[in-house]
Design a binder for this molecule. Sequence first.
Ligand code: ZN
Length: 253
Amino acid sequence: MIAALTFRVFVILCLLVGGIAFYLTGQVWLAIALHAILVSYLLAGTLNPSSRLFGPVITNCENDIWITLDDGPDPIDTLAILDLLDSHHAKATFFVIGKKAEQYPELIREIHRRGHGIGNHSWSHPRAFFWCLGPIRTYREIAKCQKAVSNIIGVAPRYFRSPVGHYNVFVHPILKHLGLQLVGWSSRGYDGINASLKFVTSRIRKSATKGGIILAHESTPIAKEVVADILRMAAEKNWRCVTPDGSQESYNC
Ligand SMILES: [Zn+2]
């Protein structure tokens, strides 16, 4: 990991210094080309949910499947989804938005009471600009959600999922400071932007693998149906739906 990070820093410095050197020697187009590559490289690390450019991200679990549900809690979906999970003896991790957790603390308590994991999904879910927040605002977004959840259930989340999977150079040091690990996914159906149940479930089924992390959302018109289909798929394939939250172990990245 250290070697990989060192290599990435080396590449970034080479592109930066090389561009400056070309500029100072009058080779402006070469300078522009190198800095364009540098910007593309940094943007790829920022906007790609699975990118490890800035630090580790968990994209698979060790066994069976890990269902993760973002954007709750939700007064319509959460209890229905909890009942669905219970009926399949399945566990999931709910990556909750701090503001909504504070609004519906009874739902947070119920998720926790039924033995599911609660992860941090930022305080206000700034989907369009989380990736470009500065260090102070990034810290507030993560720490405020952490505090909201721990005030309700007395336990701080161990996992963080960034809004729409985007992050930046400030996120990993903050996560480390707060004792959090970044969680990505290996399978999703784009249910946050597409309300076609057929489209969403077929995408999830095509991409789901044993040992994978499935991303789905609450607060969508098809939230319950999507979870129901994931549970049906897991039963068909004889996969258990487990989370790392109940154990003392953390997943390796
Ligand atoms: Zn989200």
